[in-house]
Design a protein around this ligand. Structure first.
Ligand SMILES: NC(=O)c1ccc[n+]([C@@H]2O[C@H](COP(=O)([O-])OP(=O)(O)OC[C@H]3O[C@@H](n4cnc5c(N)ncnc54)[C@H](O)[C@@H]3O)[C@@H](O)[C@H]2O)c1
Length: 325
């Protein structure tokens, strides 16, 4: 397949490019490089353009005879989205609509969409199932849920086929150590801890230790970025015209912030000093996915389900590339 990957120069996009190449497909990266890194794309093709540019997008789809789109390009910081909802609805929701219309124009009918656990908001029960209430508590989650709703309507009306993958916390790096997580600013737990281990930050702040969890810190579900990349290839096979499906992707197991801190101390051999800071508004105590649907319907089986391997692979990248790309 010829596969257009938006957000290809980002953390997850770079891993999806490698997975597509490994499976014998031809990925065409599409990224405006506002957040991504050209070096992350490796030897794959890259079109440097914005998803909101309808003309550039239609041309990219038509000129490259694209069979499938994997749409990752987005802004993804929940905190920032509360201060700048305009940025998020433009870049995530409006851009999603532009992409769908360009796909219609170019006659491309299949898309895998990067959704997020943030579409659930505060979960009613754990583990979270795909049929649970969708009630995002920040504009980031809302901007992604709007796209999921558009996919449902476009599937029904235009006979297009979609899969939304609701990622939980993505972690780790390609074991070869050439690509990894380099967000600027970094807001994700494991890279923040590893930056302390590298001496790039003085200490780590645990945001609240008075939650109703065994050690008082928030519990999150982590998925290895390579397992996530593989899931996109399986999702592509599961696309059916006229349908918009959604799957959770996590490990189904929760780890507290203190457990993740301890794992990173063990993996790096560094002390990683940590203090306790205020809770961050809108952080649910527990977010753990039920991944049964992805297992049953996509046949997805993670190769690296344990947290220690994710931290180990992330450390491999960070220690080889202390300054990032
Ligand atoms: N990393 C996680 O833990 C996580 C969890 C849930 C969902 N997601 C979703 O996965 C996707 C990728 O996440 P990531 O961590 O790789 O982020 P990232 O910031 O590393 O990558 C996003 C890429 O999209 C590009 N981009 C943004 N807006 C664009 C636009 N308008 N036109 C062209 N390119 C644009 C950026 O330059 C960047 O390279 C996002 O949609 C995010 O919401 C990530």
């Amino acid at each position: 397949m010829n596969v257009l990957v938006t957000g290809a120069a980002g953390y997850i996009g770079a891993h999806i490019l490698r997975a597509l190449q490994g499976a014998g497909h031809r990925p065409v990266g599409y990224d405006n490089l506002v957040k991504g890194h050209r070096a992350a794309v490796g030897d794959a093709e890259l079109i440097e353009a914005d998803v909101t540019d309808a003309e550039a997008m239609t041309a990219a789809l038509a000129d490259n005879e694209i069979d499938l789109v994997i749409h990752l390009a987005a802004f993804a910081e929940a905190g920032e989205s509360c201060r700048r909802p305009d940025k998020y609805f433009h870049n995530n929701t409006v851009a999603g609509l532009t992409l769908l219309d360009a796909m219609r124009e170019a006659g491309v009918g299949k898309l895998v969409f990067s959704s997020t656990a943030a579409v659930y908001g505060e979960p009613e029960s754990i583990p979270i199932r795909e049929t649970d209430r969708l009630a995002p508590i920040n504009p980031y989650g809302a901007s992604k849920l709007c796209v999921e709703y558009m996919l449902q309507s476009y599937a029904a009306a235009f006979d297009m086929g979609f899969v939304s993958l609701r990622y939980f916390n993505v972690a780790g790096a390609d074991p070869a150590g050439d690509i990894g997580e380099d967000h600027r600013p970094e807001t994700h737990l494991i890279p923040l801890l590893l930056q302390v281990a590298l001496g790039k930050r003085e200490q780590f702040s645990i945001l609240g230790d008075d939650y109703d969890t065994p050690d008082g810190t928030c519990i999150r579900d982590f998925i290895h970025v390579c397992d996530l990349a593989d899931a996109h290839l399986l999702a592509a096979e599961a696309i059916e015209p006229g349908r918009a499906k959604a799957y959770n992707l996590g490990s189904g197991e929760g780890f507290s912030v203190k457990q993740v801190l301890q794992t990173c101390r063990e993996v790096t051999g560094a002390e990683i000093p940590a203090d306790i800071a205020e809770r961050r508004p809108g952080d649910p105590p527990r977010l753990v996915a039920s991944c049964e649907k992805a297992r049953d319907e996509l046949g997805w089986r993670p190769s690296f389900p344990d947290l220690r391997t994710m931290a180990d692979h992330a450390w491999n990248w960070h220690s080889k590339h202390p300054e990032g790309y």
